[in-house]
Design a protein around this ligand. Structure first.
Ligand code: DGJ
Length: 732
């Protein structure tokens, strides 16, 4: 297993870099142990990917140090310690601590020293485990670090353990991992938002001090994903980018701390990036023998610009994180009745919609909110999950049977984490709800305390019954309230502030248990639109409802951001009547926008004309032709709507034989060009095979990939809010 850092290995790595493209296709070709090199006396490690190196060493006094993370050229430097691999509260606190604890006697400082290391296998992948131990107190800290070379990523996480026999250790902060970037001036791009305006990109210069992105109420609307670039590096498909994301969905934080560095010390880091659970109003107690493991933090480095980030992060999510049982399956075309019927649902009306849905090519019919007992408006009915007999006198089964007989699967909306005051469960178990005595209770929706096992069992059994009795094949799992008053007064005092962490552990366990029971059911993640989208949810849910804003032009912006970070097969996008800017967008434009992700329809189909139905049928037929490429291929944002009055998104199949170009025009005069300039600009495509010839469905001739990528081709389109889709195929 162990190998020394020798030139022989370095040669191997050179050849690895050249064959990186092949590696993307064949992970098996890569000997995973080569990704972790063990050096002198088992006290130096290089974690390698084709573009990056992460270096760790142990100094003479037993401190485990991290060296700068970044380009493999750093392998040529003399190894210089940058900062502790696990910065702690204790001693000289020059860096952001990953770990802050209070020992039973009140001592609040930690002093770690190297104990051992091991190369282990976790989920079939070589992983470096470095164990440190407090010099006096019974606290053991294990860092887990590994490379995912095919994505230029490293994953980091930490486990802490109380190794003593008495007393509890209070943990006030435990982050998943940090990296240190070489001295430079950096700019951060991160994504934040509010309801209806999710994932807005923000760019900011990182100046001395700390920039924090975080969630405190379980609602994100943005992302823990980030990109950090040296100032001036703006290339879409070239230039250095450090990036990362946390695999966690509750309260999280990522800190970017620009440190003061004396110019007389060259080559050291001046930016620390740290991510993990947000310990704001949280603490854990470790009793003797107990341990705690953090979620995984993913860090990446590429020299291929933002395209490079997208390729790596989206492939990683699609191939490694998404639930294995349905990961490779093509996502169905959906119909969802929310925008048409809201809470006023009934069997006859849903069936009438379903018949037309089938006619136009829909494969999954989903009934949204409103179907359950006592659901009149958003303030009622949540919690019992039994059917409303006024709306469905014979239960859901006859509707489901009819939909199945039409040849479609059936899906349903639930909001399992919430209850309203008129539900039986609210009255029966007031203690299951988060609340504080003497504090205002916000009753609109009450949140169940999923940290409790009885709550877990109740939700699990309710959903098990619902799914199994109604042949349900799709669950839209909603979550519509930010967390307030997270009181858990019946818990012991040392468990009370761990409640959010326990809640999230149980949420993942709940969905994963249901998935294991019903492996052929799709799960959609929704939280008032895109309020809880992250790499934590990606491990349990197949796709996301990205926003309640389904205005097509707004969506073009949203898709641009979302597709930078997440794979297209997780992005559900419906055609609806929404028109937030009174632009009266055409049905064709709406379809072309929604076809960039997982296509859904939400219109009142009964009101559609014959022409509307014909158009929808043709668009859905086209979608079924291209979705293998769009759902499983690589995405390239050729022109971003944030930079021009148009948007071009290109998908390329993994074997590079097929490509699809979505061309949207947002204004009459793109790029503010003068009207007499009728010539549409040449657009350089990406991701094609240079030597392969490609033909288009709507452009004459055949062009080499090299020509299309270096010279470009025109996608003429006239008029505001117009769109077009081009299919491209290799001629062989
Ligand atoms: C919020 C979701 O974002 C919507 O799509 C819809 O499901 C409603 N909840 C239903 O109450």
């Amino acid at each position: 297993m162990k190998s020394h850092i020798k030139s022989k290995n370095m040669n191997n790595w050179k050849s690895l870099k050249i064959s990186f493209i092949l590696l993307l296709a064949s992970v098996a070709a890569f000997a995973q142990n080569d990704a972790i090199q063990v050096g002198k006396d088992g006290k130096e490690w290089n974690i390698l990917t084709p573009s990056s190196v992460y270096r760790i060493n142990v100094s003479a006094n037993g401190i485990v140090n991290a060296v700068c993370y970044g380009s493999r050229t750093m392998l040529e430097n003399v190894i210089t310690a940058t900062a502790p691999e696990i910065p702690v509260r204790g001693g000289f606190v020059a860096t952001l601590p990953l770990l802050e604890a209070v020992f039973p006697d009140g001592v609040r400082d930690i002093e770690l020293a190297f104990k051992s290391y091991e190369l282990i296998t976790v989920d079939g992948r070589a992983t470096l485990k470095i164990v440190q131990q407090d010099k006096f107190y019974p606290l053991e800290v294990s860092s887990f670090i590994r490379a995912l070379p095919e994505y230029d990523l490293i994953e980091k996480w930490v486990e802490i353990r109380h190794t003593g026999k008495k007393g509890s250790i209070k943990i006030e902060n435990l982050q998943s991992g940090s990296v240190f970037l070489p001295v430079d001036s950096y700019e951060l791009t991160h994504y934040s938002g509010v309801w209806g305006h999710e994932f807005r990109p923000n760019k900011t210069k990182l100046t001395q001090g700390t920039k924090t992105i975080q969630v405190r109420d379980f609602k994100s609307y943005g992302s823990s994903s980030f990109m950090v670039r040296p100032e001036g590096e703006t290339g879409g498909n070239s230039g250095k980018v450090w990036f990362g994301s946390l695999c966690y969905s509750g309260n999280w934080r990522v800190d970017f701390e620009k440190m003061f560095v004396r110019p007389s010390i060259p080559g050291r880091a001046n930016l620390q990036i740290t991510g993990g659970i947000n310990f704001w109003d949280q603490e854990l107690y470790l009793k003797p023998g107990q341990s705690s493991v953090t979620p995984r933090m993913v860090f990446g480095y590429t020299e291929e610009g933002t395209d490079g980030v997208t390729l790596r992060l989206t492939s990683y999510t699609r191939e490694q994180l998404l639930p294995g049982s349905r990961r490779d399956k093509i996502r169905p075309v959906l119909y969802n009745s929310w925008y048409t019927t809201f809470y006023a649902v009934n069997e006859q009306q849903q069936l009438a919609l379903a018949k037309i849905a089938k006619e136009i090519g829909v494969e999954m019919f989903v009934i949204d909110d409103g179907w359950f007992k006592g659901r009149i408006n958003h303030l009622t009915g949540l919690g019992d999950w039994t059917v409303d007999k006024n709306k469905f006198p014979n239960g859901l089964k006859p509707l489901v049977d009819s939909i199945n007989a039409l040849g479609m699967d059936f899906g349903i909306w639930v909001e399992p984490e919430m209850v309203t005051t008129n539900s039986d469960i609210y009255k029966l178990h007031p203690d299951w709800i988060f609340r504080y005595p003497n504090r205002q209770q916000y009753e609109g929706r009450n949140q169940l305390n999923l940290a409790r096992e009885d709550v877990f069992q109740y939700i699990y059994q309710s959903l098990y019954k619902l799914i199994s009795e109604n042949n349900i094949k799709f669950i839209k799992w909603d979550h519509n309230r930010p967390l307030v008053n997270p009181g858990y007064m019946s818990a012991s005092s040392d468990e009370q502030r761990a409640v959010r962490i326990r809640y999230m552990e149980n949420l993942y366990r709940l969905v994963n248990t249901l998935r294991a029971d019903f492996p052929d059911v799709w799960f959609e993640n929704c939280s008032s639109g895109g309020g809880r989208i992250d790499l934590g949810m990606a491990r349990s849910f197949d796709f996301n409802w990205v926003s309640d804003n389904s205005d097509p032009t707004e969506r073009i912006f949203l898709h641009d951001s979302y597709l930078t970070l997440f794979p297209a097969n997780t992005m559900i996008s419906w055609v609806t009547k929404e028109d937030w800017h009174q632009q009266d967008p055409s049905l064709a434009y709406k379809f072309d926008v929604s076809m960039a992700g997982v296509l859904g329809v939400g219109n009142d189909l009964i009101k559609w004309t014959d022409e509307d139905r014909k158009l929808a049928k043709d668009k859905i037929a086209l979608y079924k032709e291209i979705r293998e490429t769009t759902q499983k291929g690589d995405v390239f944002r050729i022109i971003s709507p944030f930079e021009a009055n148009r948007s071009i998104i290109q998908y390329v199949s993994k074997n590079k034989k097929k490509s699809v170009v979505f061309n949207y025009r947002l204004a009459e005069y793109p790029e503010n060009s003068i009207p007499e300039n009728q010539q549409s600009p040449l657009v350089k495509l990406r991701g094609l095979e240079p030597e392969t010839k490609y033909k288009f469905d709507k452009i004459n001739g055949a062009y080499s990939g090299k020509y299309l990528m270096e010279v470009g081709i025109r996608f003429p389109l006239k008029g505001a809010f117009k769109s077009d889709i081009y299919k491209i195929e290799s001629t062989d």
